[in-house]
Design a protein around this ligand. Structure first.
Ligand code: HEM
Length: 370
């Protein structure tokens, strides 16, 4: 029951439901040529399949380091672990002779006007998104990769995240709140709607993309600090007009229920939901932006203090879309200059391409590319 499927057309961790704990880790790939990269991907495929299945190698010789950290105890368990692998633009920079096969829209993430990107927390050749019921399971899997691939992978940056557990128990019916205290995910796309996912999330052979990408999707990660001390001193009404929803119920302003759909056509001047409210800028719900939508998969994070003594916490934002320009970049461009910017600071992340799924035991990650 707690096992995520490893084999399939698509990787797990994209449209599958969100467990409570997340960790994203970006790596530099240390392989010297394409053959070494292919060998690395073959071994990563086998290791990922075993970790997601909860297989736990037993020690055979006490004079050697144990084959597993032991963090989860000797028995195997899946704990809902999914590991979702994605390539960054730098993997296609020429080292492996893959430049001609780069997903068309994949480039290094460029800074938006409100960004203060810390280069040490951006980009990477390979991104692994770990999702599981518990943080220990994600850390266990990350440590397994670090231990088993010292010659293939160098950790570049990582960020972990969490969701309030009570929202997990009710299987998403109770929307999680982000650290600004607002429900987050209400108007997200329904990931169970396969036709919608085919249209918005998955790359297929009609996309004009290299053939090897079919079944994959662009994965955007943004580490967005939220300036919570300032937010907590902001009047409730102002918080609500900045977001465009009421705080307690999560309904669009002027409506009663969380799931009520805003009708911006009957509110052209923004008397109910201001024109620059976050939800209205993000999704104007007009004909021109009908396809400019994204599948979000967000977690909260909390990291300690900044040098200035403020809480270092925020949103570990991910989005998935088959067209990076029409998806995340268009949505973020509409959000540029929104009033919420006074309270948020994107500091890290990157653009990646989540690989197509592994079809079966004879396939491996990105085999069609390599
Ligand atoms: C909706 C908060 C960043 C895109 C929302 C909602 C909240 C929220 C409270 C309303 C509930 C919901 O439908 O989920 C935040 C905060 C952010 C942030 C606090 C940063 C810390 C972003 C970013 C994007 C984005 C970076 C994409 C570029 C959206 C979209 C919606 C949404 C598409 C749904 C709008 C709709 O369909 O009505 N956000 N968000 N958000 N947000 Fe954000």
């Amino acid at each position: 029951r707690d096992r995520q499927p490893f084999y399939g057309r698509h990787q797990a961790g994209i449209v599958t439901s969100q467990p409570a704990a997340a960790l994203v880790a970006a790596f530099d790939v240390l392989a010297d040529d394409r053959a070494e990269l292919a060998e690395l991907m073959r071994r990563l495929t086998a290791r990922t399949a075993a970790l997601m299945a909860g297989e736990m190698p037993a020690p055979t010789d006490a004079k050697l380091p144990p084959p597993d950290s032991g963090l989860l105890g000797p028995g195997g368990m899946s704990d809902n672990l999914s590991m979702t692998l994605a390539f960054g633009a730098s993997l296609f920079d020429g080292r492996f002779g893959l430049a001609a096969h780069r997903p068309k829209r994949l480039a290094a993430m460029a800074a938006f006007p409100n960004d203060a990107l810390d280069h040490d927390c951006c980009h990477g050749d390979l991104l692994v998104q770990f999702n599981a019921n518990t943080a220990e399971t994600n850390i266990h899997a990350l440590r397994a990769l670090l231990k088993d691939f010292p010659d293939g992978l160098a950790l570049r940056w990582k960020q972990d995240g969490f969701l309030p557990p009570h929202t997990i128990k009710t299987q998403g019916r109770d929307t999680a709140r982000n650290l600004l205290g607002f429900k987050d995910g209400t108007a997200n796309l329904d990931a169970r709607d396969e036709a919608l996912m085919d249209r918005i999330v998955w790359v297929d052979d009609r996309a004009g993309e290299p053939a090897w990408t079919a079944g994959g999707t662009y994965h955007v990660v943004r580490v967005i600090r939220t300036l919570v001390e300032r937010w907590d001193r902001t009047p409730l009404r102002e918080q609500e007009t900045i977001i465009g929803r009421d705080k307690a119920e999560g309904a669009p302003l002027g409506l009663a229920q969380e799931r009520d759909l805003p009708d911006y056509g009957s509110d052209p001047e923004g008397r109910r939901v201001p024109l620059d409210a976050h939800i209205r800028r993000a999704n104007p719900r007009d004909a021109a932006s009908a396809d400019s939508v994204i599948l979000r998969r967000a977690y909260n994070y909390s990291n300690g203090l900044t040098k200035a003594g403020q809480l270092d916490m925020g949103l570990l934002f991910s989005s998935f879309q088959s067209d990076l320009d029409r998806g995340f970049i268009a949505v973020q461009t509409r959000l540029n200059g929104e009033p919420l910017e006074e309270y948020i600071k994107p500091v890290g992340g990157g653009y990646f391409f989540a690989l197509p799924g592994v079809a079966g035991p004879h396939d491996y990650f990105a085999k069609a590319l390599l």
